[in-house]
Design a protein around this ligand. Structure first.
Ligand SMILES: Nc1ncnc2c1ncn2[C@@H]1O[C@H](COP(=O)(O)OP(=O)(O)OP(=O)(O)O)[C@@H](O)[C@H]1O
Ligand SMILES: [Mg+2]
Length: 254
């Protein structure tokens, strides 16, 4: 199988109610018929403006949200209906969200999450030590998370996402709010995941990061796909990927 993720005509609508009696119904087409495929071992970027539909797409790919149209298959299984086949083999990290216990150490957090995945005790310690090394937290592993910097917490979240040794890791804005050094460390970690054979799907608003990391990407705008390809293909004749991206977005809003 060469596509590890296959998205076809995927749609998700949200219905919200407004007005005094909540009688006025509004339908938001958050994802409006997008198709793309991700190959095993790729770092794949999902780009788009605020509200474009990226998080909604990731939620459907990670089996957390049902599509209202189209299909998405992960590891050959449908994310809706066959989600049990998928869950043990993927993981996700939503940037900004805590998702870790501040009053525990990094190691104890990881022990807790490995228990949830029913990883045998003997295997846990080895796996946790390896992951702590990968995210460069080994030295502080036994300090309480409440003493960590934002960058360290974000790296711990990645560690948490690796605890079940997933084949695919989904990351929603993994470097948001990090300083340049911290963001670079995180990009190095993402590259190491690729070297380890993992597939990574990520969102980011940092175009330089996309250029540095992503093998291929798609750009979505108001729920629709407006571009796809390698960073070099998207960049085409523009000076930078950011220039090309801005032109793309301005082109569709004109
Ligand atoms: N639970 C919800 N109920 C109603 N509307 C929603 C809900 N979640 C998202 N939306 C709407 O769906 C659209 C897509 O939102 P989504 O969070 O997927 O965008 P995004 O691309 O992740 O944006 P950002 O870059 O700001 O994170 C937006 O118009 C948003 O307001
Ligand atoms: Mg989002």
């Amino acid at each position: 199988m060469d596509s590890i993720i296959e998205v076809q005509e995927l749609k998700r609508e949200y219905v919200t109610r407004h007005g005094f009696w909540k009688r006025e119904k509004r339908v938001v087409k958050a994802v409006d018929g997008i198709s793309f495929a991700v190959r095993r071992g790729e770092i794949f970027g999902l780009l788009g403006q605020n509200g474009a539909g990226k998080t909604t797409t990731i939620k459907m790919l990670t089996t957390l949200l049902a599509p209202t149209g189209g299909t998405c298959k992960v590891l050959g299984w449908s994310t809706f209906g066959e989600e049990k086949r998928i869950r043990a083999r993927i993981n996700f990290i939503f940037g900004g969200e805590m998702g870790v216990y501040r009053r525990l150490s990094a190691r104890d957090n990881l022990r807790y999450f490995s228990n949830l995945y029913l990883i045998p005790r003997k295997e846990q310690d080895v796996r946790i030590q390896k992951i702590l090394g990968l995210v460069e937290l080994a030295e502080r592993a036994d300090d309480l998370v409440e003493t960590y910097s934002k960058g360290m917490i974000q790296r711990l979240q990645i560690a948490r996402g690796l605890i079940n040794d997933p084949e695919i890791l989904f990351m929603d804005e993994p470097t948001v709010g990090l300083d340049p050094v911290g963001a670079r460390m995180l990009r190095d970690i993402i590259r190491r995941l690729k070297e380890d054979g993992k597939t990574v799907l990520l969102t980011t608003h940092n175009l330089a990061e996309v250029e540095e990391l992503c093998d291929r990407l798609v750009v979505i705008n108001k729920g629709k796909l407006i571009a796809s390809g390698t960073p070099a293909e998207i960049k085409a004749d523009s000076e930078t990927l950011e220039d090309a991206y801005v032109k793309l977005i301005e082109g569709v809003s004109a």
